[in-house]
Design a protein around this ligand. Sequence first.
Ligand code: GRF
Length: 199
Amino acid sequence: MRRLGILISGRGSNFEAIAANIAGGRLEAEIAVVISNRADAPGLEVARSRGLTAVCIPSKGLDRLEYDRLLIGELQKHDVELVCLAGFMRLLSAQFIRAFPNRILNIHPSLLPAFPGLDAQHQALAHGVKLAGCTVHFVDEDLDAGPIVMQASVPVEDGDTEETLCARILQQEHRIYSEAIARVLSGQYTIAGRRVLFT
Ligand code: GRF
């Protein structure tokens, strides 16, 4: 069984969608461990209530390298094959990226390369785009920048607030993250420059 390590910092709805797809037989994988850098992340409780291993590794007082060393250790201890960032609000060091080459995915709530970084949905509304969406991408050393695995777009309606747009995007996030994980786990792809090509 393909072992996933999921990193969260908060709500964990993407993690829950992945867990639900696994439980429902729609994604062939196993969640080996859920790790949060925040003890109060609601996703930790959800993980525990699903009977999953959920660990908090607080980042306070540690520099990036020390912290990432702990993260790598925990993920390796659980034999994680693919690391899935799901609302994990920390930048990862080059050491971390090197420990899991092409084995880290992230989901971002915009059609990258538009609106990287924080508050992507706010940025999209402020810019006045007519299409918004989400992106699953491999993680490299730059923020929200690695090769794109999948994207989904949603319309921006005239009456949208950040809340309504976030909700519309989130629905798509929950759909494409599991699909992207399945594709990557299948191994049937190549990376040509920035392009992820499915074979
Ligand atoms: C999502 O919008 C995701 O795209 C972004 O952070 C948010 C996490 O939400 N990276 P959740 O914790 O998965 O509910």
